[in-house]
Design a protein around this ligand. Structure first.
Ligand code: NAP
Length: 273
């Protein structure tokens, strides 16, 4: 069955709108883009639309070179009118991801990419976890109580697989987590013995029915564009035997909302200083 995440989506939207209405002014999300590709431009347009629907101000800043980023990110971090900062890919080649995200103040790092925010997850004290990892956690908690569940996470990226595994391990969430990657032997053995499988590998329709036990839940994080169509990492036929999140309209849609929610949280936190 394809899972219906609409009630979760609507409840997050309502919560954001209510919190925005209590702020003295609209929170502002600053999107920083370096050398935007057509896909980045259309992504930014859809983020802007979503932000406006929720009462969040959205502004785009261009920083084509590493030297521009090194000036802009600290400037936006110090700007009291900016609540959150969001940095799009691709980055200039002469600055590493770690160097770039470290230039964003942790209080405005609404994507959860700064090492301080990532480190807080290890202490079971996340403020801004990476948006996609948090979106997956929200979906799992919406569907079931993860405590004691066997959950496998396929993919170990800094923004999805690794932080998600740490979020699921937190005290109070209490899942039993296995992380797989491209060198893992016999992934099917692990996925078949899991109650929930999260797939974030970036390979269109890579995992078919032979990877899953009927009745298990599969969260498909993948967004792969082929011939102008969007495909997940899981073959859609898996929905015949498992509960499967939709692509598009599943994890990606909740992820965008989590980014907006983090922006509101950053604005709320800034008021307390
Ligand atoms: N829905 C959303 O909001 C959202 C957000 C972010 C990403 N995504 C999508 O999620 C997918 C993953 O993104 P990402 O940023 O995490 O990708 P990434 O940085 O490329 O990482 C992919 C991970 O998958 C592993 N992997 C690749 N092929 C594999 C295979 N055949 N079997 C097992 N593991 C394999 C890699 O292993 P190694 O480490 O060994 O190389 C790596 O850890 C992409 O489709 C991306 O577009 C969606």
């Amino acid at each position: 069955m394809i899972l219906n995440l609409e009630p979760l989506y609507s409840s997050i939207v309502e919560n954001i709108k209510e919190r925005v209405s209590k702020l003295p002014k609209a929170p502002k999300l600053a999107a920083v883009t370096c050398q935007p590709e057509p896909s980045t431009v259309s992504y930014l347009r859809s983020q802007e639309k979503q932000a406006k629907r929720l009462g969040i101000e959205f502004a785009v800043y261009e920083a084509p070179k590493a030297s521009d980023l090194k000036l802009l990110l600290p400037r936006l971090s110090a700007d009291n009118s900016v609540s959150g900062i969001f940095l799009t890919h691709p980055l200039p080649t002469d600055i590493s991801e770690l160097e770039a995200v470290s230039l964003i103040s942790p209080e405005k790092d609404v994507e959860g990419r700064n090492p301080i925010n990532l480190g807080d997850i290890l202490y079971d004290n996340p403020t801004f976890p990476p948006c996609t990892a948090e979106a997956v956690l929200r979906i799992i908690k919406y569907l079931t109580n993860p405590s004691g569940k066997k959950i496998s996470v396929i993919g170990r990226s800094v923004t999805v697989g690794k932080p998600l595994a740490m979020l699921l391990l937190q005290k109070g969430i209490d899942a039993t987590v296995t992380v797989c990657h491209s060198r893992t032997k016999d992934i099917a053995e692990i996925t078949k013995s899991s109650d929930i499988v999260v797939v974030a590998i970036g390979r269109a329709k890579a995992l078919g029915k032979d990877y899953f036990t009927p009745g298990s839940t599969v969260i498909d994080v993948g967004i792969n564009v082929e011939n102008e169509e969007i495909y997940g990492d899981v073959d859609p036929s898996v929905a015949e035997i498992c509960d499967l999140t939709p692509v598009p309209g599943g994890v990606g849609r909740i992820t965008t909302l989590v980014l907006m929610e983090h922006t509101v949280k950053a604005a709320e936190m800034a008021r307390r200083y």
